[in-house]
Design a protein around this ligand. Structure first.
Ligand code: NIG
Ligand code: FE
Length: 422
């Protein structure tokens, strides 16, 4: 058995509240220790309660005398990691990324920063670059992003398709994504591809023909590799009716529902997501009061993506308003080459705290347990006995430093299933 004792943790954020823990939902244990056996957490508690080697030897003698079989923490190799009083929290759960694509859109970003508006149509230039890339090129790029995620403390992540938009290319993308994560989302309904747009370049009548393809042959090819179905319900992408067709077809194939909605303006995405019992509706930048109330009354998580508003110079979503209304909020990176080319959850936390009205504790919860809820996962996003040892050691005494020291590389070590990944 492989054992690790992570001890002398100044602040252990468990996301497992209990009366003797502080930090509300963060369930903080101070001066803590965590025991990991074969990649799973088997014990957490005060570091002072970890039995010393001498205690164990005494206990062993007593048990031998009583004829009991002895099992000691110290009777096999145990790796002791001294956290030096620093903070440890659950690995980030990034519930929204688009990491399989070719090319980049740095020029488009520069043009935006010079005053041009963001438009969903930019997606089509990434589609051309993605179709031109080989499987091995896409796989190598993806491996680089996974290393980037790990280095920044993310241990669970979702990956969406959406830059292939043909049967062959969407199938390739979900298949490659499945090589690196269980959380794969089929987003054939990202935008109407150029080959289906009418000559003026508008989605036009070609959109319905494209939706026929998405709900037919494309879904058939992609569903075996995917867990989720998603649609971009927005002006310039898909109408509520088109999105509903796609989402219902995916659900009929056993996929869970997620929606991109209310990103660029008021729209039908949030209402549709709630009606279909989606696990999450993502963006949620433009919401009216009835939509906020409906979200609060539903099981649909509102996933906010601060990197998008940062990179498109749009107003940030109002996390404070959502939390105060009782909505479950998650934060995610939306890492993609167009609207948000960051893979950094610490960056998203810093922006959410500075500009979206979240406290550092709320932002950390939203990036860990919130992301897990958005993926309907109960195993990740927390540190509790029985769960996987997905842990982040922060080079700081508390989680507040994630927002307090923006841009500083504070992620000291990251374990995924008990293995060091960064
Ligand atoms: O989540 N909203 C739609 N899709 C992506 C943008 C993709 C792009 O611009 O390439 C998003 O922001
Ligand atoms: Fe997205």
């Amino acid at each position: 058995m492989k054992r690790m004792l992570l001890t002398n943790v100044g602040e252990l954020v468990t996301n497992d509240p209990a009366p003797d823990r502080d930090g509300g939902p963060l369930g903080i244990v101070r001066d803590a220790a965590v025991l990991v056996e074969d990649g799973r957490i088997t014990w957490i508690g005060p570091a002072a309660h970890v039995p010393s080697h001498d205690d164990e030897l005494r206990h062993e003698r007593e048990q031998r005398r009583d004829g009991e079989e002895h099992r000691s923490l110290w009777d096999a190799d145990v790796e002791v990691v001294d956290a030096g009083g620093r903070a440890v929290f659950p690995g980030f759960v990034d519930s929204h990324t688009h990491l399989v694509f070719g090319g980049d859109r740095a020029e488009e970003f520069a043009a935006r920063m010079a005053g041009r508006r963001y438009e969903a149509g930019g997606i089509r230039s990434t589609v051309a670059a993605t179709r031109a890339a080989t499987d091995d090129e896409l796989r190598a790029r993806l491996a680089g992003f996974v290393a980037e995620l790990h280095a920044q403390g993310t241990t669970t992540f979702e990956v969406k398709s959406g830059y292939g938009l043909s049967v062959r290319d969407e199938e390739r993308i979900v298949r490659l994504a499945r090589e690196v994560t269980d959380e794969v989302t089929f987003l054939g309904a990202h935008v109407v591809p150029a080959d289906y747009a009418d000559p003026a370049g508008d989605p036009g009548t070609g959109a319905d023909a494209y939706v026929d393809l998405v709900v037919g042959e494309m879904l058939e090819a992609c569903a075996p590799h995917a867990k989720w179905i998603d649609a971009f319900c927005e002006r310039g992408a898909f109408t509520a009716e088109q999105s509903r067709r796609v989402l219902e077809a995916g659900a009929a194939m056993g996929l869970g529902v997620r929606v991109h909605g209310n990103q660029l303006g008021a729209g039908d995405g949030v209402r549709l997501a709630i009606e279909l019992g989606a696990a999450s509706v993502d963006h949620c930048t433009y919401l009216d009061d009835p939509e906020v109330a409906a979200l609060a009354a539903s099981d649909t998580v509102a996933t906010l993506l601060p990197g998008v508003e940062f990179s498109t110079r749009q107003p940030y979503p109002d996390a404070r308003r959502l939390i105060d209304a009782g909505v479950t909020v998650a934060l995610a990176s939306d890492c993609n080459p167009g609207s948000s080319f960051t893979s950094s959850m610490p960056f998203c936390i810093a922006v959410a705290v500075r500009d979206m009205g979240m406290t550092p504790a709320e932002a950390l919860w939203a990036s860990t347990a919130g992301g897990a809820t958005a993926l309907r996962r109960t195993d990740v996003g927390a540190i509790r006995p029985g769960g996987p040892a997905d842990l982040v050691l922060l080079d700081a005494p508390s989680h507040v430093h994630l927002a307090y020291r923006p841009g500083v590389p504070l992620i000291a070590r990251v374990w995924k299933d008990g293995e060091v990944v960064a």
